[in-house]
Write a protein that binds this ligand. Structure first.
Ligand code: CP
Ligand code: NVA
Length: 306
């Protein structure tokens, strides 16, 4: 059987995505009922996570999630590995495959993830690259489903940078059939990856500069930092994005029960006002918690355990 890598949402079928989400909800419910007796779907299995960039949520939720599944996790920084001294990704993949059952990589270059997957004999999971962040978007969709039901045909507004999280959101919009409005300054519009992703179904994803049009009637409003890890033009970004803050005034244009999401870490007073981030429509900490539950389903899916 071909290895089940978890690289990007556009590489999965809608049924596979729905299956992972459905199992994540079940795993969470079972875990909430009996934390220490929840079913051990990955008993004795070992996950290695490799980080080229900082992380709080991804690092801790993968580690705790694998333990909850009955397995164990080794958390590595690329600088602690020979990888940081020039050993090739291909050799790292071949060696690590002899030790562990599944790997997760957070990397600055998406190609590194593709290379790891190409040379590994075990499944590889995308824990964020410069291109995409599919674990995050599945946690976000799971959070929406818990609070509002199916996301199909709902209006989602993405405000700000067309970054890695936004690309995974575009993939999800196509697979799960929701309407996506991306409001961004023209200087920081979609890059080539995102333009190609949007072109798959251009009617479903609209890229605009007008904030009101994005907020009006939205069921879900999302944003992210203006400066992602690795971005080297912070000053320019601060200036250009300053008109793109999510505020209470703009949230008032959305549905009365619209949710606000942010993958975190958040910068209050920049991409979102403190009033919105800490306000009643914000579900950012539920999103962060759901990283734990959805990633258990992702790990179990890659290992053929669900
Ligand atoms: N949202 C997210 O991936 O957070 P970390 O960078 O802390 O892992
Ligand atoms: N877009 C952000 C997400 C952090 C979780 C970054 O890549 O830094």
């Amino acid at each position: 059987m071909a290895l089940r890598h978890f690289i990007d949402l556009d590489l999965l079928t809608p049924d596979e995505i729905r299956h992972i989400l459905d199992r994540a909800l079940k795993i969470k419910a079972q875990f909430k009922r009996k934390r220490h007796k929840a079913k051990k779907l990955c008993e004795g299995r070992v996950l290695a996570t490799i980080f080229e960039k900082p992380s709080t949520r991804t690092r801790v939720s993968f580690d705790v999630g694998m333990r909850d599944l009955g397995g164990s996790c080794i958390t590595l920084s690329s600088n602690d590995l020979q990888l940081g001294r020039g050993e090739s990704i291909a050799d790292t993949a071949r060696v690590m495959s002899r030790y562990v059952d599944v790997m997760m990589l957070r990397t600055s270059a998406h190609q590194n993830l593709l290379d790891l997957a190409a040379f590994a004999d075990v499944p590889v999971i995308n824990g964020l690259t410069d291109r995409s962040h599919p674990c995050q978007i599945l946690a976000d969709i799971m959070t929406f489903m818990e609070k509002r039901g199916s996301i199909k045909d709902k209006k989602v507004a993405w405000i700000g940078d067309c970054n890695n999280v936004a690309l995974s959101l575009v993939h999800a919009a196509h697979k799960l059939e929701f309407e996506l409005f991306i409001a961004c300054p023209s200087e920081f519009g979609p890059n080539q990856d995102m333009s190609e992703a949007i072109a798959v179904n251009p009617d479903q994803v609209r890229v605009i500069t007008d904030l009101s049009q994005a907020f009006e009637g939205a069921h879900l409003v999302m944003t992210d930092t203006w400066v992602s890890m690795g971005d080297e033009d912070a000053d320019k970004r601060m200036e250009v994005f300053s008109a793109y803050q999510v505020t209470s005034e703009l949230m008032a244009l959305a549905q009365d029960d619209a949710l606000f999401m942010h993958c975190l870490p958040a910068y209050r007073g920049r991409e979102v006002s403190a009033e919105v981030l800490d306000g009643p429509q914000s579900v950012v900490f539920d999103e962060a918690e759901n990283r734990l539950h959805v990633q258990k389903a992702i790990i179990a899916w890659t290992l053929g355990a669900i």
